[in-house]
Design a protein around this ligand. Structure first.
Ligand SMILES: C[S@@+](CC[C@H](N)C(=O)[O-])C[C@H]1O[C@@H](n2cnc3c(N)ncnc32)[C@H](O)[C@@H]1O
Length: 243
């Protein structure tokens, strides 16, 4: 699975071409939120991980910053294909955790996640809306990677994530955003570029997180975008501790 431009083979470029075509067509305008996600991701599901590795930066750094404790109970909201499990495995073997619950609304991506977790008895893949789903008992870690910007009622998602955390638990996010100090031109460009695919960038995400969690760390970064040499999209990494 390529995580850089090399090694990439002609078949990879053809597969990327299909993804880019789907992205150029944008998120379908009609249907429920779940139907629109399915329409957008179903044609990309097989190649999702390979392409997004070069677009969605900072996910492994987020998992490291969560400092997942032994025997933790962990929830990912908007898990997609469950790709972040591999990052968890590097810092804390998944089998040693009490439970990991992966939640998403898109059946096509969840089908990939279900294949990935075959044989992992403590990992559960759940089709549900991140604004509403709650675990049976409070959890130690909740995280979202590049998902909040695709959740129209993102304030409800953050409130729900906060509610499911045990005291002392951590909420972590990595996502695209509009930097407070970004130039108007640059922020306008990225907002409109991402909105075509249903990704809603805002300065409000980070502001809201920082006010919800007085004890937190934030890193603001920029990273390369596949096939757009020279352009660097703004993203942040945030981890907050629930008092
Ligand atoms: C860009 S993908 C990121 C997936 C994964 N976290 C990753 O890093 O590859 C955004 C994900 O959010 C999911 N999503 C969007 N709205 C949702 C909602 N209301 N509830 C649950 N998942 C949602 C989408 O189905 C999609 O899988």
């Amino acid at each position: 699975m390529p995580d850089s431009w090399w090694p990439m083979f002609p078949a990879d470029f053809v597969a990327d071409g299909r993804i880019l075509l789907r992205m150029l067509r944008g998120l379908p305008r009609a249907g429920s939120h779940a139907e629109r996600l399915q329409g957008f991701y179903a044609p990309q599901a097989e190649r999702y991980d390979a392409f997004r590795t070069r677009l969605l930066h900072g996910r492994d750094a987020l998992i490291e910053a969560l400092e997942i404790p032994a025997a933790a109970r962990v929830v990912e909201l908007g898990c997609g294909t469950g790709r972040n499990l591999a990052a968890i495995e590097k810092v804390r073997p998944v089998a040693t955790l009490t439970r990991i619950q992966l939640v998403d609304l898109c059946p096509a991506l969840l089908a990939v996640a279900r294949q990935r977790v075959l044989g992992m008895a403590n990992v559960e893949v759940i089709e549900a809306d991140a604004t509403l789903w709650q675990p049976a008992t409070p959890v130690d870690r909740v995280y979202l990677s590049y998902a909040l910007t695709m959740m129209p009622d993102w304030r409800a998602v953050l409130a729900n994530a906060y509610a499911m955390l045990a005291p002392g638990g951590r909420l972590g996010l990595v996502d695209f955003h509009l930097p407070e100090r970004g130039s108007q031109l640059s922020n306008r460009f990225w907002r409109s570029w991402f909105s075509h695919d249903g990704v809603a960038l805002s300065v409000e995400h980070l502001r809201t997180l920082q006010s919800l969690f007085p004890h937190s760390i934030t890193r603001e970064c920029r990273a390369a975008v596949p096939y757009l040499p020279g352009l660097r999209a703004p993203y942040y990494l945030f981890v907050g501790v629930k008092p």
